[in-house]
Design a protein around this ligand. Structure first.
Ligand code: ATR
Length: 273
């Protein structure tokens, strides 16, 4: 990496942000393509009330790319010049490209959900249970619907699941009959349940998971959540949270550089952390 005054800066903003693996993942990608002198990826902790000021400063400084993580994905939308159709539908932006001074918002989170699953299975007509009804769930439901999967939403606050199901033309369930869990081909956890330091929790009861299912947990700390450990015990195929991180990241890398992302190199960074 040989930086100069011509190096284009990409920045992840969030609060907190120090834990983020995006800088390491993208910088390794730039180096692998021999463009480590052209691009650099850094992080900045920005409070949600300061997002507008931060975006304004970035415009003035000609920052090239802006990655948004929790809790900025919705707030940032107010300050952009254009939001692409997919991000509009999802209702959140995780990627901002500075295109000759025009700040354009994208969402690549849905690819973080769909791409790893599509490597295993054709999603069309698959019965998918999405756990949660927040921003990550919206990206997942958008992607799965786009691939023609049959989505059912389960959420702690039932009303939110119902509203979301209406918006995306899918189903909501309260899982009163817990054995219904066995009927789904794929189960995706988009809630924070199971995330460190609450590693012993699972978002649903695990006794009805079966070996015919794929269970995907977007939580990546710990690497293998209790939900995935229990799913594996029952013979299910599991997809780890780092897969989402990787594939939202490779899509984002391509927006920032216009080049195909070096997936293997970027994966290696996530797997060794
Ligand atoms: P994100 O943008 O990461 O998806 P979010 O918008 O805050 O985050 O959404 C968090 C989701 O996790 C919500 O669906 C939330 O359920 P509620 O709608 O009932 O709040 C869910 N969630 C968070 N903590 C939970 C818990 N302890 N048990 C069950 N669901 C939980």
């Amino acid at each position: 990496m040989k930086l100069s005054a011509k190096t284009k800066i990409c920045l992840i903003i969030g609060d907190p942000v120090a834990h983020s693996l995006s800088p390491a993942m993208h910088n390794a990608g730039f180096d692998a393509l021999g463009i480590g002198n052209k691009y650099v990826f850094l992080g900045a902790k920005v409070k949600v009330e300061d997002v507008g000021i931060a975006v304004q400063a970035m415009r003035k400084m000609g920052i090239h790319g802006l990655t948004c993580t929790i809790p900025h994905k919705i707030e940032v939308m107010k300050y952009l010049d254009e939001i692409d159709e997919v991000a509009k539908k999802i209702g959140a932006v995780n990627t901002v490209l500075n295109q000759n001074g025009k700040f354009i918002g994208f969402n690549t989170d849905w690819l973080g959900v769909v791409t790893p699953l599509e490597k295993i299975i054709d999603l069309s007509k698959r019965k998918v249970l999405v756990l949660g009804a927040g921003g990550a769930a919206r990206a997942a439901i958008f992607g799965l619907s786009k691939r023609k999967a049959k989505v059912t939403i389960f959420n702690r606050t039932k009303e939110k699941a119902i509203l979301l199901a209406k918006e995306f033309n899918c189903e909501a369930t309260d899982l009163i009959k817990k054995s219904d869990i066995s009927n789904f081909d794929i189960i995706i956890n988009t809630t924070s349940v199971g995330m460190k330091p609450r590693e012993i929790e699972t978002p649903i009861t695990v006794e009805y998971l079966t070996r015919n299912q794929i269970v995907f947990d977007i939580v990546y700390v710990p690497y293998e959540t209790k939900l995935l450990i229990e799913a594996k015990k029952r013979g299910a195929m599991v997809v780890h949270g780092i897969e989402m991180l990787l594939y939202q990241g490779t899509a984002q890398f391509e927006i920032y550089t216009g080049q195909k992302a070096p997936e293997k190199v970027m994966r290696a960074i996530l797997e060794t952390r």
